[in-house]
Ligand binder design. Structure first.
Ligand code: SF4
Ligand code: SF4
Length: 117
């Protein structure tokens, strides 16, 4: 009787995610080496890594990177296995959109800071 309600009036109230909540993935373009480990460990090979080989530098150069959160199951495998830690899971959970194609985040959208910290 004296306890406060547990439910919140979404979207007017903000939920506090539990510890180790797996929300929207954050990506750091500068750290990515285009190794594609994230693609290989993803159960559905979801991340799209576009790169080209730079012969002058003798290494791959990342051109673009994207993850479709309309398909992602937020298992965290890509974050776990990325060798340069350029992926991380944020606590951002509000991913509702009117058009499902808006959930296909490119590296610019993946690189913005989470709205929930
Ligand atoms: S595993 Fe990490 S470094 Fe390798 S392509 Fe994926 S995001 Fe880039
Ligand atoms: S969280 Fe899981 S499903 Fe989503 S991109 Fe990473 S490995 Fe794939």
């Amino acid at each position: 009787m004296n306890r406060k309600p547990i439910t919140i009036h979404y979207p007017y109230g903000e939920m506090v995610p539990s510890e180790r909540f797996r929300g929207r993935i954050h990506f750091e373009f500068d750290k990515c080496i285009a190794c594609e480990v994230c693609v290989r460990v993803c159960p559905i090979n979801l991340p799209v890594v576009d790169w080209e080989y730079k012969a002058s530098m003798k290494k791959k150069q990342l051109k673009s990177y994207s993850i479709d959160f309309g398909v992602c199951i937020f298992c965290g495998n890509c974050v776990e296995y990325c060798p340069t830690n350029c992926l991380s899971m944020t606590e951002e959970y509000a991913l509702s959109v009117y058009d499902r194609h808006e959930l296909n985040f490119d590296h610019m959208a993946l690189g913005r800071m989470p709205t929930v910290s």
